[in-house]
Design a protein around this ligand. Sequence first.
Ligand SMILES: *Cc1c(COP(=O)(O)O)cnc(C)c1O
Length: 364
Amino acid sequence: MPRPILATVHSAALSHNLARVRAAVPDARVWAVVKANAYGHGIERVFDALRSADGFALLDLAEAQRLRALDWRGPILLLEGCFELRDLELCSRLGLWHTIHCDEQIDMLATHKTQVPHRVFLKMNSGMNRLGFAPERYRAAWTRLNALPQVEEISLMTHFSDADGPKGIAAQLRAFEAVTHDLPGERTLSNSAAVLRHGAAVGEKSDWVRPGIVVYGSAPDFPEHSAADWGLQPTMTLAAKIIGVQHLVAGDTVGYGSSFTADGPLRIGVVACGYADGYPRHCTTGTPLLVNGARTRMVGRVSMDMLTVDLTPVPEVGMGAEVTLWGRSSGGAVLPIDEVAQAAGTVGYELMCAVAPRVPFQVE
Ligand SMILES: *Cc1c(COP(=O)(O)O)cnc(C)c1O
């Protein structure tokens, strides 16, 4: 018997969320961002549901090769571009489009011998201060690229730091437009938060949008909005079973460090999921989960292979009962991954990316 824990990827939810993106920016083409192994879902597991995307964006060349191995002939964009010269050979061979964010990448491209000129995405640092050319250096980089025989077409790109919050995108959008307004080429601007919250503003300015987290059914601006507020569906369920039951009396404690003490009689379930499965150890007493679809709370600390839940709301259930750590119960009840992430002091992104290799997956 395998240990009773299972992650499920929901294909219909992926397609539904992609359609939500299209509705928010109907005139833009959509890169489905599948970096980090499709946000932990598995590129091969999401591919069929997302193949109506106009392209796939990622940053690991091995992942790009996996997409080509799935016979994806459409656009693939490397969001960080190339790291070394031989990456450019792979770009030529596999027809990958790549970001250019620094002079060293232009130098590298200038020495690359290729029969096929490349399509490149020139990235501006419009305020995020991560990757990209400063606005005052952007046009010089464009001119340099434009003179290279290795370059077929230059597209223009930037990334927003605050699309999910009160600062918004206006200042970065202004900086980008001030420098690029008379440059030819397609534009790609928006992450998930910009698509959902600023779709009207960026939709017409962005030939391509780059949604990631929204495709995977998590709200980019939780808790201001929930996934349900945005009409998104969870694309990943992490479920396990109860493999033990304990009956506590007042004063009994649970787990390492005795961090939880029962104040009266309490039935608890022991669940086959721990931090070695990717469930965050920062979750403590009070973190929500579902037992047979009913909402209850975790008690005590998460250990490597197990965690413990309060069975008070489900007095009839015991050994073998279904526990939904996040996602959708078999009866259809939903526990948003964003609520679990909040209890761990993080975001849904991190939880879905961190499901451990020992957890088996199915696609449904
Ligand atoms: C990860 C990433 C995205 C997608 O971000 P989400 O917040 O998941 O939508 C878009 N663009 C770039 C450059 C990224 O690195």
